[in-house]
Ligand binder design. Structure first.
Ligand SMILES: C[S@@+](CC[C@H](N)C(=O)[O-])C[C@H]1O[C@@H](n2cnc3c(N)ncnc32)[C@H](O)[C@@H]1O
Length: 254
């Protein structure tokens, strides 16, 4: 394997990304225009209407041009398998970024409506262009907001997009790592998850979601059945990461 692919420290875009860490938490972007560049690259190089080619072109950009914080090709395989296991009609992603994760969900679940909640309007605009190019814009929707915004986004999902009791089959948590647990609790409070629904959480080791991991361990076999998948952080094979795949066993009996 190409050494730069394996060892991210050899890549300038990775150092630039480390410097842009503060930007990611405030604007949802690295701060050097790489996300907009990725969209232009996809539109110029990927076959329109070909989901496989759009995803492969985003991966190529992330390996060869600038590192992106998509779930990536390696952990993406775990995401694909979990989606197929859930066979969703309705799927929710938290954290859209450039639209890559939602596109993988849409590919693995061809009959699903996919909703992705994103804090940054600029990321929503980028993702919509990519979904349009891939030919899935009719069933993949970005909702700008956060689950923690006092009910505005939750109400929009319920009122405008059909989120109702037991309607949600699959969720992918890939946004603010400190919000994973609270946001899952808010979704649980709404009663949207059906028994048997699958929740996948990325980056549980790096940057890390320790409260979420601890909760899943504590409720193992009662509320959730969780498998911890070892993998690597996106687009390299040096730093390891954890993806949690949790099956919802049903509402706790009172
Ligand atoms: C790691 S990226 C998501 C990658 C995407 N899931 C994929 O695989 O292509 C994290 C994204 O979450 C967004 N974000 C951060 N905090 C958020 C929050 N509380 N709610 C929704 N989105 C958030 C960021 O703006 C960023 O676009």
């Amino acid at each position: 394997m190409d050494l730069k692919r394996r060892l991210p420290i050899l890549r300038w875009s990775v150092w630039r990304m480390a410097a842009g860490n503060r930007n990611i938490t405030t604007t949802g972007q690295i701060g050097d225009g790489r996300e907009a560049a990725a969209v232009e690259y996809v539109l110029a190089n990927a076959r329109a209407g070909d989901i496989d080619d759009v995803l492969a072109t985003i991966d190529k950009f992330a390996y060869e041009k600038s590192m992106l914080i998509n779930v990536g090709d390696e952990k993406g395989l775990l995401l694909d398998a979990a989606v197929r296991r859930a066979d969703p009609a309705l799927a929710l992603e938290l954290g859209t970024y450039c639209g890559y994760g939602a596109l993988r969900i849409a590919r693995a679940a061809p009959r699903a409506k996919v909703y992705s909640v994103e804090l940054a309007e600029a990321n929503a605009a980028n993702a919509r262009r990519i979904w349009e190019h891939a030919g899935v814009a009719d069933r993949v929707t970005c909702v700008v907001g956060t689950i923690g915004d006092g009910g505005r986004t939750l109400d929009a999902l319920a009122g405008e997009h059909g989120f109702a009791s037991g309607a949600l089959d699959f969720a992918f948590l890939d946004h603010d790592k400190n919000a994973y647990l609270d946001d899952l609790m808010s979704i649980l409070d709404r009663g949207w998850l059906r028994p048997g629904a699958i929740v996948v959480a990325d980056n549980v080791r790096i940057p890390g979601a320790p409260k979420y991991r601890e909760y899943m361990r504590r409720t193992q076999g009662e509320l959730w059945n969780t498998v911890e998948h070892k993998a690597h952080l996106e687009y390299q094979s040096l730093v390891s990461d954890l993806v949690l795949e949790s099956e919802f066993l049903g509402p706790a009996s009172s």
